[in-house]
Design a protein around this ligand. Sequence first.
Ligand code: NAD
Length: 516
Amino acid sequence: MTVLSQHAREQLADLLARFGLASVTPLSNWIDGHLLEGEGEEITLINPATGETLVSYRDAGSALIEHATQAAARGQRQWMALTASERGRRMNAALGGLKGHEEALAQLESIVAGKPIRDCRAEVSKVREMFEYYAGWCDKQHGEVIPVPTSHLNYVRHVPYGVVGQITPWNAPMFTCAWQLAPAIAAGNGVVLKPSELTPFSSVVIAKLLENGGLPQGLINIVNGLGKTTGAALTEHPWISKLVFVGSPQSGRLIAEAGARRLVPSVLELGGKSANIVFADARLEEAVAGAQAAIFAAAGQSCVAGSRLLVERSVFEVVTTRLARAAEQIQVGLPGDEATRMGPLQNRHQFEQVMRMIDAAVESGARLLTGGCRPLGLPEEAQGYFIAPTVLVDVTPDMEIAQQEVFGPVVVAMAFNDEAHAIRLANETRFGLAGAVWSQDVARAHRVAGQLRAGTVWINSYKAISVMSPFGGFGDSGFGRSSGLDGLREYSVPQSVWVETAPEASVAFGYGSGVG
Ligand code: NAD
């Protein structure tokens, strides 16, 4: 075992102990206000930076899903017994539970997820942002009065589903956890959330700290395990009445199918292959900086990564050459190092998949401007899943690398001739999550943005995201919305209530007002 790995193991053990998770195998579930060990097979976590074993924990299994669902139903009843404004106050107060633990939480995630510590700190701050934002909505979910053409008073209330099931991925575990927990409880639901089996602990810690801060016992439950065991048990549990999934299109299909079998609706926040379009009249320096951040932040493991760079032909060479040089300047290093801007990929499967896709692209005629290999200058112990920032040109739209999500630090650059060509190329994918347009021509920028089949579009910017603004995709990027009021509405159902107000009302046989 390397010194680095030994250090990470010890540091992780200390952090698990600090949060009360330490045991023979870590207590990896938070159910009904208690930390519990899983009951299934062992799952081993590997240090993404070194490739060596970090820790093992046990898959929760279906009995713990049952336990968690019952707890969520009890917690939800308690929660709904409070007034709406009290629920909002409690959500804000719950953040007090996190106070003083932010840095430890960031360190924990940095080790397990292999993410640069500075990114993990930013992610922790998102938990606060999301709870504060949705706490404000608790007492503002007004219904409506509908001016129906009869003597009835008809009003509409927003009613929670009851217990919702949430499943999240490994690339932004704390962000996605708070992103879905906050609107779910603001709308009045209890939750059972299953994080990725590769990043199990941070969601447990967040839920525990929030409950310490005053949320009702059992309102939020975190259950950890594999998708095919614990995840499937969650999607099939009869009390789960809404499924919210963040992850790959492949697993998303399974979740939607499981929901459909039980007639339970789902929200799917899936992958992307986002087009970043640079016109010749753009401020090129900013466009290159934007293109670099769009794809290489989080080592490309971001659903909205700008993985297809479309550049107007007259500036193609200058933009791609500058991007390649900028990519070579990115500080790739160990996740715990303060100077690191880009860390390793999170797991071996992802690493192998990205390398295979780069090799296949080169075999089909693409050319590497930079990257495609291990970064130079890493410390000797960094034997984990590092890939240098990679820029590929001579790519054609039909290549796998131009169509499929890579989920790694790899951008493909293609040239376009005019506006119509840029739009055609941008929309030539089954995904539709995000996209960007760089141009100083305001009319053109809006015109192009309006024609992109993408849930989020940036103009002269990339990756600006706020919990206040709706987020989601078209096509293989999923359906439903998260964030903002649209994200909140996914967690409730409109209920229409009819009250007869006529002094001598007669109850009509049939529909009464001539319908049907
Ligand atoms: P994944 O689909 O492999 O896993 C996501 C989650 O689904 C995990 O918790 C996993 O255990 C669970 N799961 C897998 N099979 C399951 C099953 N049969 N039943 C129930 N649960 C199951 O995705 P990943 O590799 O963890 O994450 C990467 C993907 O997530 C990328 O495609 C990325 O674009 C996407 N993502 C999307 C968004 C978004 O907001 N659109 C955000 C982050 C990540």
